[in-house]
Design a protein around this ligand. Sequence first.
Ligand code: FES
Length: 87
Amino acid sequence: AFEVELARSGKTLLVPADRSIVDVLGDVGIDVDVSCEEGICGTCETAVLDGIPDHRDSVLTEEEKAENDAMMLCVSRSCSPQLRLDL
Ligand code: FES
């Protein structure tokens, strides 16, 4: 599990191993736009302000993944205990 901090509201949410970030955001009424939900379309791309995503999508290039400033919320997770998102 890891936490996501939502920069605009200051909310912090716990993302358990068996749920996606998109699912957990839905619990608090934040509906991220999604399409494929498989990490291939790029619809759910979101800016990362802090933390290191565990990129599991096939949208970002290896260079983009290494920059750690954007991620696909439908499939990607976190390598760091917390991610700070521009939401
Ligand atoms: Fe398609 Fe996340 S919804 S990459």
